[in-house]
Write a protein that binds this ligand. Structure first.
Ligand SMILES: CC(C)(COP(=O)(O)OP(=O)(O)OC[C@H]1O[C@@H](n2cnc3c(N)ncnc32)[C@H](O)[C@@H]1OP(=O)(O)O)[C@@H](O)C(=O)NCCC(=O)NCCS
Length: 173
C-alpha cells in the first residue's frame, strides 16, 4: 500500500536518486533539493509516496537498463515524490516524479491530488506548472485533472523542446 507523507531531510539521498532517474540532465542537485526542503512550510510543500504494509517495500524490479530509485542509491520504499511552491494566490507544481519501475499504479495522480489539496488548504486560487510538450504521460495526467494550456515557451528545454504552461483554476473544494 502507498501512503503519502511530508519529505524530511533524511530523504535527500532518495530524492536525488529519483531526480536522476526521472529527469536525467535536468535533475535537481542536492542544493536545489535542500532549498526545497528549507522552504517547508513557509512557501513549499514536499511530499513522498512510500510503500507501507506487509506487501513488501521493494516493489518490482524495473526493466533492464532503467535506473530505479533503488539502483541509484535511494530508499526502495519511496516510489515517488512531489514538490509545490505556494506564494499568495498561486501554487506552482514544481516536480512530480515516480520511479520508472512504479509507474501506472496511480502514484503520480495521488501525489498531484495531495499537492492540489495542500494548495487549496493554503488558500491558493490557481495552480500552474510547466511541462515539456512531448511528455505524453505527464500531459495526460495533468489534462485528466483539468489543467489547461495557457502558454507555450518555445525552446525552453535546451533549445530543443518547448514548455507548455498549464493552469488549473479555480482550485475548488
Ligand atoms: C508523469 C508521471 C509522474 C506519472 O506518474 P504515474 O504514477 O505513472 O501516473 P499515474 O499512474 O498516477 O497515472 C495517472 C494518469 O496519467 C496518465 N498517464 C500516466 N502515464 C501515462 C502514459 N505513459 N501514457 C499515457 N497516459 C499516461 C493517465 O491518464 C493516467 O490515468 P490512468 O492510469 O487511469 O489511465 C511519471 O510518468 C513520471 O515520473 N515521469 C517522469 C517525470 C515527469 O515527467 N514528471 C512530470 C513533469 S514535472
Amino acid at each position: 500500500m502507498i501512503s503519502i507523507r511530508p519529505a524530511r531531510t533524511a530523504d535527500l539521498v532518495t530524492l536525488r536518486a529519483l531526480e536522476t532517474a526521472c529527469f536525467g540532465r535536468d535533475a535537481w542537485g542536492e542544493q536545489a533539493l535542500e532549498g526545497e526542503l528549507a522552504g517547508v512550510p513557509d512557501t513549499r510543500c514536499v511530499l513522498v509516496a512510500e510503500d507501507t504494509g506487509a506487501s513488501g517495500s521493494a516493489g518490482p524490479s524495473g526493466p533492464p537498463g532503467e535506473i530505479s530509485g533503488a539502483a541509484a542509491g535511494g530508499d526502495t520504499a519511496v516510489a515517488g515524490y512531489a514538490s509545490l511552491l505556494a506564494v499568495a494566490a498561486t501554487a506552482d507544481v514544481q516536480r512530480i516524479a515516480v520511479r520508472p519501475d512504479r509507474r501506472r499504479e496511480g502514484i503520480g495522480r495521488a501525489l498531484l491530488d495531495a499537492l492540489l489539496a495542500e494548495a487549496r488548504e493554503r488558500g491558493c486560487a490557481e495552480a500552474l506548472l510547466e511541462v515539456r510538450h512531448d511528455n505524453a504521460a505527464a500531459l495526460a495526467m495533468y489534462e485528466a485533472t483539468g489543467f489547461e494550456q495557457i502558454a507555450r515557451r518555445r525552446g525552453y528545454y535546451h533549445g530543443v523542446a518547448d514548455a507548455l504552461v498549464l493552469r488549473l483554476a479555480p482550485l475548488g473544494e
